[in-house]
Design a protein around this ligand. Structure first.
Ligand code: HEM
Length: 478
């Protein structure tokens, strides 16, 4: 039987690379069925069930499908095996967790059994000791300290930097054809430079941008050790570039009273006087830059894509933005852009910037009655959950009104919509991220109109975090 998600309409969306013959190969991969087996024997008398699944291609596992097919692969696994299943991919055996209830078990983590050590395997060498990679009491300590850099007062200061960098960047875009994704990536890096360091990155900008891209891409390397020319190697080099940059800048930041995030981390204190060490500041800065930069770029790119495909929505949110004034808008004014907020939420649903979240079990446990032994890699799959027809009516449709106060479709389950994660590790930059994306879109909408040809469908490259494989070419008009 052919896979039911494999329709003509999805054929384009599914082909995430430009490799010749990719469509036939992808079709073969997607329709191939594997012999199902159990993850492991269930302890006698436990009353638990085994986790169903399969290993995929010997040695490679399901890495190719996961990289090339992304969302479609996740939907197929869910349809075949349900909310809890196992597979081999990227050199490791993992349990995939999809859907509201299964996600809730892991996110709530009431017995502290799901550790962030899962991330260690994918990005540990590149983002070591970033907040997301810390666990339990140590994590709580660092999170409380970091929270001081995310107060409303500090966000107000950051937004000032965002607004001036965004306005300058967007105004300089010339009418004509523009590759939206690289343009936004450059702009968000400029913004990160001023928000995080109150500094123009100058001639180091390109090297830092490359270092970020390399460190992020390294996480999904098929070859997971340093070989010349390989992704892993590039990631390690990238980490070194970033470390050198931040370490050499710390003394000046500690001495300054500037209102950027870097200074915020340098000066953060708990009531008992604890502070971040230089190593902590370097590790947190590298992780924060990555966490803020790529996610906001992807969200803004996705929103511009859907606004190009749905000009009626582009007009509607432009009207709202024009009414709010030319900017810079403060937090209250940005929070008042309710139509724009629905568009952003719907964009975050249709393309989750962090499509999967990694955990590792520290003891034997169970998820929805399935036995999961200690030291198992667990992969939460927000993107797949956000596209499940049982949670979202007509899930592939762009329909921002789902988030309106009348429909509230996101409230159908606590974990139906989770682009920012949940539980103890829920995104600390959630509020700031939304405000940054709104500021960017407000500037874009008040200065430009943009469109794509009617038959254009973006192809998401999921070999790292999702990105349009052709850069998203749009036609820009003032
Ligand atoms: C649209 C933008 C963003 C999205 C979609 C996003 C998504 C996420 C997700 C899914 C997690 C949870 C990871 C997990 O459970 O393992 C997370 C954590 C985190 N995010 Fe964001 N993020 C965004 C923006 C930002 C920004 C702007 C910052 C900082 C300025 C930031 C900093 C962090 C940090 C530090 C964590 C780790 C929190 C912890 O472990 O306690 N994020 N983010």
């Amino acid at each position: 039987m052919r896979w039911r998600y494999w329709t003509k309409q999805r054929r384009q969306a599914v082909t995430t690379t430009h490799v010749p013959g990719a469509t036939r190969f992808d079709e073969w991969l997607l329709n191939k069925s594997w012999r199902s087996s159990e993850l492991t024997n269930v302890p006698n008398g436990s009353g638990l069930k085994a986790v169903p699944g399969d290993g995929g291609i010997p040695l490679v596992g399901h890495s190719l499908e996961a990289l090339r097919l992304g969302l479609d692969f996740g939907l197929k696994r869910y349809e075949t095996y349900g909310p809890v299943s196992w597979m081999n991919a990227f050199g490791v055996r993992m349990v995939m967790v999809t859907g509201g209830d299964a996600t809730q078990v892991v996110m709530t983590n009431k017995d502290k059994v799901f550790s962030q050590k899962g991330w260690e395997y994918f990005i540990g060498p590149f983002f070591r000791r970033g907040l997301m990679l810390l666990d339990f009491d140590e994590h709580m300590f660092h999170r409380r300290l970091m929270q001081q850099a995310f107060t409303r007062q500090r966000l107000t200061g950051y937004l000032g930097h965002v607004a001036s960098a965004a306005a300058g960047g967007v105004k300089s875009w010339q009418p004509g054809k523009l590759l939206m994704y690289p343009a936004l990536k450059q702009l968000t890096l400029d913004i990160a430079g001023s928000v995080f360091m109150a500094a123009a990155l100058g001639k180091e900008k390109d090297a830092l941008n490359k270092a970020f891209v390399d460190t992020v891409r390294a996480g999904t390397s098929l070859i997971r050790f340093p070989v010349p020319g390989g992704r892993w190697n590039a990631g390690l080099r990238g980490r070194q570039v970033l470390e050198d940059f931040f370490r050499r800048t710390i003394p000046a930041k500690r001495a300054s009273d500037s209102d950027d995030l870097f200074a915020g981390l340098c000066h953060a204190r708990t009531d008992d006087g604890s502070a971040f060490s230089d190593d902590d500041v370097v590790n947190h800065m590298i992780f924060l830059m990555m966490a803020a930069h790529d996610t906001t770029t992807i969200t803004t790119t996705t929103a511009t894509y859907y606004l190009a495909k749905h000009p009626e929505w582009q007009d509607r949110v432009r009207e709202e933005c024009v009414k709010a004034g030319p900017g810079p808008l403060d937090i209250d004014a940005l929070e008042g852009l309710t139509n724009l907020e629905m568009v952003i939420k719907e964009s975050l649903r249709l393309v989750a910037p962090v499509p999967s979240l990694a955990r590792r079990t520290v003891r034997d446990t169970e998820i929805l009655g399935h036995y999961v032994p200690a030291n198992t890699m667990v992969s939460l799959t927000p993107w797949v959950t956000q596209m499940l027809p049982e949670l979202w009516p007509n899930p592939a449709r762009f329909d921002p009104e789902r988030f309106s106060s009348e429909r509230k479709e996101d409230k159908v389950h606590r974990y139906a919509w989770l682009p920012f994660g949940g539980g103890a590790h829920k995104c600390i930059g959630l509020h700031f991220g939304m405000l940054e994306v709104k500021t960017l879109l407000h500037q874009l909408l008040t200065h430009h109109q943009w469109s794509v040809p009617e038959d254009y469908e973006v192809r998401w490259d999921t070999t790292a975090l999702p990105a349009p494989s052709d850069g998203l070419p749009i036609a820009l008009k003032r």
